[in-house]
Write a protein that binds this ligand. Structure first.
Ligand SMILES: *[C@@H]1O[C@H](CO)[C@@H](O)[C@H](O)[C@H]1NC(C)=O
Ligand SMILES: *[C@@H]1O[C@H](CO)[C@@H](O)[C@H](O)[C@H]1NC(C)=O
Ligand SMILES: *[C@@H]1O[C@H](CO)[C@@H](O)[C@H](O)[C@H]1NC(C)=O
Length: 245
C-alpha cells in the first residue's frame, strides 16, 4: 500500500513537471486537452528566425498557451501559424449549428517595436464531413482577426466595412487562395484582447449574405498568430470554443 502511495505521488509529480511542454520544430504538435497545439512554421524559410510554443495548462475545454517568435526579412511573408486546433468541434453541417460559443483572452507579454502580425481564428469549411484545414477538402477559410499590427492585409481585397457582428465592428476581406475562398473579418480599429462571442453569428452572416451553402461542413477551428516580422511573446491566458447542434 505504501509502495502504491509512493507510486501515485511520483506520477503526480511527473505530471506537474511535464505540464508545461515546449515545442520547437517546424511541424511539431502536442496534445493539449481538448485541443492539439502545433507550431506550423510553414513559411519559416522565407526569412530568418525562430519560434517556440508552450502548452502551459489545460482545464476541461480551456487551454493556456504561449508562443515566442522572432522573425526577420521578407516583411510581407507570413512565417508561421502556431495554433491550437479543437480535436472534436468539427464535422457538423453549418445549417445544424445552433451556437458556437468561444472565449479568448490573450496579451503580448513582450513585443518589439513595429511588429507585423495578426492574432486570429482560422476556421475551415468543406463539402465533406471529414477533411482537415488547408487541404483539397477545403472550400472556405474564415479568418477572424482580433489584432492586425504593422499594416498587414488579409488575402484578397476589402469588400465591406462597418459590419457589426458579435458585438464588434469588422472590415470584410475576400479572395481566393489555392482551391478555397477566404473570408477575413478584420477588427475595424484597435485590438480585442478579451473576446467573448458566438461564432455562429459569423457563420450565419456568411450563409445569409455571402452565398456560403448551409450544407457546408465545419472542418476545423484553429486559433493562433501569423507573424511576419519582429519579436513577441504572445500569451493566451484562456481559450475555449465549443459547437452545439
Ligand atoms: C517566452 O517568453 C516569455 C516572456 O519573455 C518567457 O517568460 C518564457 O520563458 C519564454 N518561453 C520560452 C519557451 O522561451
Ligand atoms: C526557441 O528555442 C531555441 C532552442 O530550443 C532557441 O535557440 C531560440 O532562441 C528560441 N526562440 C525564441 C523566439 O524564443
Ligand atoms: C481570462 O479568462 C479566464 C477564464 O475565463 C479568466 O479566469 C481570467 O480572469 C481572464 N483574464 C483576463 C485578464 O480577463
Amino acid at each position: 500500500m505504501f509502495k502504491t502511495l509512493l507510486a501515485v505521488v511520483f506520477v503526480s509529480v511527473l505530471t506537474l513537471v511535464r505540464s508545461a511542454q515546449t515545442i520547437s520544430g517546424q511541424y511539431d504538435c502536442i496534445p493539449a486537452g481538448a485541443y492539439t497545439l502545433c507550431q506550423n512554421l510553414w513559411g519559416e524559410f522565407a526569412g530568418v528566425g525562430s519560434q517556440n510554443s508552450t502548452l502551459i495548462s489545460t482545464n476541461g475545454n480551456a487551454a493556456t498557451w504561449q508562443t515566442n517568435w522572432t522573425w526577420a526579412n521578407a516583411p510581407n511573408n507570413v512565417k508561421s501559424y502556431a495554433n491550437l486546433l479543437h480535436n472534436t468541434a468539427k464535422g457538423m453541417q453549418l445549417g445544424s449549428i445552433t451556437t458556437a460559443p468561444t472565449a479568448w483572452n490573450w496579451t503580448y507579454v513582450t513585443e518589439s517595436q513595429g511588429i507585423r502580425a495578426d492574432v486570429s481564428y482560422d476556421i475551415w469549411f468543406g463539402k465533406a464531413q471529414s477533411g482537415t484545414a488547408a487541404t483539397s477538402a477545403s472550400s472556405y477559410e474564415i479568418m477572424i482577426w482580433l489584432s492586425g499590427q504593422g499594416g498587414i492585409q488579409p488575402v484578397g481585397s476589402q469588400i465591406l466595412s462597418g459590419l457589426n457582428i458579435a458585438g464588434h465592428t469588422w472590415n470584410l476581406w475576400t479572395g481566393p487562395n489555392a482551391n478555397w475562398q477566404v473570408f477575413s473579418f478584420v477588427i475595424s480599429s484597435g485590438e480585442v484582447r478579451n473576446f467573448d462571442a458566438d461564432l455562429n453569428e459569423f457563420f450565419q452572416y456568411l450563409i445569409q449574405s455571402q452565398g456560403v451553402a448551409s450544407t457546408q461542413y465545419l472542418q476545423a477551428i484553429q486559433v493562433g498568430t501569423e507573424p511576419f516580422v519582429g519579436s513577441a511573446s504572445l500569451l493566451t491566458e484562456s481559450f475555449a470554443v465549443s459547437v452545439n447542434t
